[in-house]
Design a protein around this ligand. Structure first.
Ligand code: EPU
Length: 419
């Protein structure tokens, strides 16, 4: 197992190429299960979670190859398996994304219930209720959801109590092959959903309402394979902006999409980070002191929960008071105790964290607890005085492509060692 070591306190200068978005690539890979043929995905990030979903899809019958780095070709001619085992789902909850496409194509899907995780309970009741609305029979048995349908799924109106991202994605995939019209109300609006809609549309699906919270899907009898490009990772982009805000310096981020970070960029400007946006390039830097701001995580276009931990690390480097409300997940403050080991002054009251900036953190031995918590410790580590050692970095490798290497290229003193 690797650990990451950072000698902090050096400003970051240079260029970073942002990778494709993990949370877009995962549903798009699942969507290749919908119909036979050869599907091509460009700009696929090289990540542990991508390797995990490909292992899962292989157990269902697909084959794949990379004709060149980041270009993934999936052949889904022979999809006969319909089960996502507990062993795979427990390592990656996004495995639940095979539920919709398998049910739509094979009329059967058996997927392990994910159980709790480091950031909250994360049930999948919306996915299950939505599929039942489309006519699926669902049984819970030995920790698995066994879903089946005789003939095709039937279009219907689905209302989400909360705009669930993967819930919306599962419904979009299932409804694309259903008979008749499906309306998803209170759908999630994250850019990753738009990427999936573009892929499904290229495959022949009929979907109206892209970007809005009401999606209308006119089911079709058949889909065909298509070639799609994965959008840039907005969370990776935001993580580098937090890092340069904390450590100082100036970064040019290439291959990104600033338009996908509306609320985040506004907050970063309020913090005192200068930001220039031009098409797919974003320049971010800090010349003077930074200010504290209050943050409330919200569904898109609100402030992303996946950047909450990194921004908390940034707030510890100010001299002000910051109130951070986490409204998406009930237990997403595991990084607090680790940041405290680095000298941060943070008080947690339910879903609220109150950060009293101390201006400067000091290096310490800390432990990664989940993906974004790990990223926040890296942000803290590059800014802190002294040496920070982060263990359990496999969490980081699930969702960041070569984070340590990319930061090294812009002047951070960061390296890996075996634990
Ligand atoms: N929820 C339910 N029932 C459901 C589904 C969701 O109660 O059936 C609740 C969740 O417990 C949570 C809220 O609704 O409190 C929102 O969850 P959502 O379903 O939107 O999350 P998700 O689809 O499981 C995706 C990302 C997460 C990201 C969230 C929120 C993927 C593969 N994962 O998860 O990404 O935090 O949306 O934006 O797209 C990460 O990348 O680190 C990560 C955790």
């Amino acid at each position: 197992m690797d650990k990451i070591i950072i000698e902090g306190g050096r400003p970051l200068h240079g260029e970073i190429f942002v990778s494709g978005a993990k949370n877009a690539a995962l549903p798009l890979i699942a969507a290749t299960l919908l119909c036979p043929g050869e599907h091509t995905l460009y700009n696929v990030p090289d990540l542990k979670d991508i390797r995990t979903i490909l292992v899962l899809l292989e157990t269902l019958g697909i084959t794949y190859h990379y004709p060149e780095p980041h270009t993934l070709v999936i052949n889904s001619d022979h999809v006969e398996g319909y089960e996502a085992s507990y062993d795979l789902v427990k390592t990656m909850r996004a495995s639940v994304l095979v539920l919709g496409p398998l049910l739509a194509r094979l009329g059967r899907a058996r997927v392990s219930l994910p159980g709790g995780c480091a950031i909250g309970a994360r049930p999948i009741n919306f996915h299950m209720q939505g599929l039942q609305k489309l006519g699926a029979q669902l049984e819970l048995e030995a920790g698995y959801v066994d879903a089946s349908v005789k003939g095709r799924l039937q279009g219907n109106t689905i209302y989400f109590d909360f705009p669930s991202v993967t819930g919306t994605e599962n419904m979009l995939m299932a409804a694309s092959l259903a008979q008749g019209k499906t309306i998803i109300k209170n759908a999630a609006k994250e850019p990753e959903i738009g990427n999936l809609i573009d892929m499904l549309t290229a495959m022949g699906a009929k979907i109206d309402g892209r970007g809005g919270d009401i999606l209308v899907i006119e089911g079709v009898a058949e889909l065909k394979p298509a070639a799609t490009t994965i959008i840039a990772d907005r969370i990776e982009t935001g993580t580098y902006i937090a890092a340069v805000g904390a450590a100082g310096g100036e970064l040019t981020l290439r291959n990104c999409n600033p338009a996908h970070l509306p609320s985040f960029l506004e907050k970063m400007r309020a913090v005192g980070i200068f930001i220039e946006e031009k098409d797919t390039v974003l320049v971010a830097g800090r010349s003077g002191p930074i200010k504290s701001v209050d943050i409330k995580t919200m569904p898109y276009p609100g402030f992303p929960t996946d950047l909450q931990a990194q921004i908390m690390a940034l707030m510890t480097c100010t001299n002000g008071l910051s109130v951070i409300d986490e409204t998406i997940f009930e237990n997403r403050f595991m990084h607090v105790a680790e940041l405290q080991r680095m000298g941060a002054d943070i008080r947690v009251e339910g879903g609220r964290a109150i950060v009293a900036g101390t201006g400067m953190l000091t290096g310490a031995q800390v432990m990664a607890t989940d993906l974004r918590a790990s990223a926040s410790l890296v942000v803290a580590g590059v800014a802190a005085q002294g040496v920070t050692t982060i263990s359990r970095v496999y969490h980081l490798d699930r969702g960041y492509e070569r984070l340590d290497e990319k930061l090294r290229q812009v002047g951070a003193k960061i390296w890996r060692e075996k634990e």
